[in-house]
Design a binder for this molecule. Structure first.
Ligand code: ATP
Ligand code: MG
Ligand code: MG
Ligand code: MG
Length: 439
């Protein structure tokens, strides 16, 4: 993309309404525009990152054997009357009437709808195990929408639902989700720690929340600092291997790590003092096992091998896709702007032309731009007729991992400058070497 032809409405001033750094940088970098409290348009740069995050979520869910589909945002109220949640859900639910006076709602989550799909089409234990998921907009009329996309009212969530014959199988699905989520967050450059949590209005006993430690997080968490040393890394996972998934789950959840709702002071005090930590965290996901809470009242049953009919064991598993943009920026920025992890960056590298209009620099920039694209990368070429300082400030703000700076003086010696956004280190090298270094 050439910046002169892109739509990147960068703000020079700090927006007064933004209280935390991720919100401030998303507005300043022209990623989002608020349309109403907690409701945002995703401008091109923000939309690009959102799509990359979504793509990683899809890839890791599909790797775990889970199947994508798409359910609507609007749901009939009657479905929620079957589970009893229509009255229980309270004011977070946006209730709507259509022209026939039928009661509808903008879905805050999809347990009822997916259970309805299941009961309409699945009848036998032979069709299990089954895990279906989608990535779809949700609406929750939050009391205090704030911090930009971090606590929106309309937000993008991945929500997946497992259907299993036995509790044991459903707990395997739970473990599969836990492991696939660890990989998902790590690919985004994030450490998200699974913590014992409270199940809230979804219901059920077994639940973990995934928390990114950040001073601006809304959750209070307590943990053994040793949990922060564990990584999934690049180990091979066989998602059909129950024992392996169970072992990874235990490895990541045996040390003390809990949100304030489930915090147990006595257990916490048993941790060696220097490892006892309390901090703030951002909830970027949550997994639940809740057995037959929905399948029983809604009649989602299958026939077993002995011909009996039993309700299926279920769980639901969510990732806050749009919230992740805020969480990643909270975890990765400096006083000049965002520092995108390579896995989610909107462009792989920025090219800064120090002397736009100079035939030599222009053609060197074009060659670098073409060579990066030929490698399958997505560069952003700042070809505007602007001062170098303004170009650098924009690049620092939007946080691309690499900047290639091209000027007539360097080119005279066949050199350009390659700068890492994360380390700030610049190196001079030939244009070809710079192109080869970008990942
Ligand atoms: P919170 O405690 O932050 O209100 P929740 O526990 O109500 O979140 P879940 O029902 O667990 O949310 O939904 C799954 C994920 O969706 C959450 O882990 C979070 O990352 C994301 N999420 C929930 N509410 C919002 C929101 N208002 N804005 C953006 N993301 C959200
Ligand atoms: Mg909530
Ligand atoms: Mg929560
Ligand atoms: Mg939650």
């Amino acid at each position: 993309m050439r910046l002169s032809r892109y739509f990147l409405p960068v703000l020079k001033e700090n927006p007064a309404e933004a209280q935390i750094v991720s919100h401030r940088y998303m507005l300043r970098a022209g990623m989002i525009k608020q349309q109403a409290a907690g409701i945002y348009s995703w401008l091109p740069l923000g939309f690009k990152v959102l799509r990359r995050i979504e793509q990683i979520v899809h890839e890791e869910q599909i790797r775990a054997g889970h199947i994508p589909l798409l359910m609507p945002t609007l749901q009939p109220a009657d479905l929620w009357r079957e589970s009893g949640r229509y009255d229980d859900y309270g004011q977070e639910m946006l209730r709507i009437k259509d022209r026939q006076d039928r009661e509808m709602l903008y879905g805050p989550t999809n347990e009822e709808m997916i259970t309805d799909i299941f009961r309409s089409h699945v009848n036998s234990y032979k069709d299990l195990p089954l895990t279906l998921y989608h990535i779809q907009w949700k609406f929750r009329d939050e009391m205090r929408p704030r911090f930009g996309v971090m606590r929106g009212r309309e937000f993008l969530m991945k929500d997946g639902y497992n259907f299993d014959l036995t509790k044991e199988d459903a707990l395997h699905a739970y473990n599969r989700h836990l492991v696939s989520y660890l990989r998902t967050y790590e690919r985004m450059g994030l450490q998200a720690i699974p913590m014992r949590a409270d199940s809230g209005p979804i219901g059920g006993d077994d639940t973990h929340e995934f928390l990114v430690l950040a001073s601006t997080g809304e959750s209070e968490v307590f943990y053994d600092s040793a949990v922060t040393d564990i990584r999934l890394g690049s180990r091979e996972i066989d998602y059909d291997d129950k024992a392996q998934c169970q072992a990874v789950m235990e490895e990541f959840t045996s040390l003390y790590a809990r949100t304030d709702e489930t915090h147990d002071a006595a257990l916490f005090d048993a941790i060696p003092e220097e490892r006892r930590k309390s901090a703030r965290g951002i909830e970027v996901g949550q997994i639940f096992y809740f057995g037959t809470k929905y399948s029983e009242p809604m009649g989602a049953t299958v026939v077993t091998p002995d011909g009996a009919r039993v309700p299926v064991h279920m769980g639901s598993h969510g990732i806050g896709v749009s919230r992740l943009l805020g969480a990643i920026i909270e975890a990765s920025h400096d006083d000049k702007g965002i520092i995108w992890p390579e896995g989610v960056t909107p462009f792989h590298a920025g090219i800064v032309n120090l002397k736009q209009g100079d035939a030599g620099t222009d053609s060197a920039c074009e060659a670098i731009y073409g060579a990066l694209k030929a490698r399958g990368l997505d560069p952003l070429y700042d070809d505007r007729d602007e001062r170098a300082g303004a170009k650098f400030a924009t690049m620092d703000l939007i946080g691309l991992p690499w900047r290639i700076t091209v000027g007539p003086r360097g080119l005279a010696a066949n050199k350009v400058e390659l700068t890492s956004r994360r380390t700030g280190v610049s190196e001079e090298m030939s244009p070809e070497a710079a192109v080869a270094r970008v990942v």
